[in-house]
Design a protein around this ligand. Sequence first.
Ligand code: IPE
Ligand code: IPE
Ligand code: MG
Length: 249
Amino acid sequence: MQTTSKNSSQYPLPARIPRHIAIIMDGNGRWAKQRGMPRLFGHRAGTENLRRVLEAAVEFGVERLTVYAFSTENWNRPEDEVTGLMLLVEDMIDRELNNLHKNGVQLRHIGREDRLSEHLREKVHRAVEKTRNNTRLILNIAFNYGGRDEIVQAIKHIIDDGISAEQITEELVSSYLYTAGQPDPDLVVRTSGEVRVSNFLIWQSAYAEWYFTPKYWPDFDKDELYKAIIHFGDRERRFGMVSEQIQTP
Ligand code: IPE
Ligand code: IPE
Ligand code: MG
């Protein structure tokens, strides 16, 4: 593995690091259960962990992080868990916004706005507005997000805009997704040992590298993120070609 010495010596980085990492933050419930605690205790620990992972991502030079925080299917969970998760995200915005802003993080929301309370919707808008000119790291929060739903919404808008069949290209479809204008993730991480997509970025991750770890999300720390980055650095992305075509002289 080729390394550069740009980073602190403890974490030598590979020459190629993922500029955009997407994370399915899974395992909060099991983490709490292991400790004999209610699921929301795990969700709270998960939110705190996001702050730590964010700091590590900035340190490693990651430019963009997309985190799966609440799926369109998560509405089917017990009502008290859903309510608790909504309150937790409000609380996170209240507590973390100034700090995120100070650290140059640009917040974006990807997902549907309907079903979010008026209150939460306004809070999200304010957070997005406040941080819109920050450039250090872009943090996409996938909240009330579903990959299939995103594609369905895109198709509706494409039809509403009177786009003809001949005009439809992959680029055009991409430009109608919640992630319009953003590069696709290079690396998708899923914690908690589950090896499935669960409706996350199904269009955008077409050529992403995947990294699965048994760690529950609240335990996924800086060292774990580092391991995922190293894993990515060791992979050869061929995009359908053969090795010889992509090896740079
Ligand atoms: C991920 O943790 C967070 C959300 C889906 C909101 P889980 O709540 O899915 O935790 P497990 O998978 O039940 O352990
Ligand atoms: C995916 O996790 C959604 C989030 C992490 C927000 P789930 O725990 O909801 O996924 P499944 O139900 O195990 O597929
Ligand atoms: Mg889960």
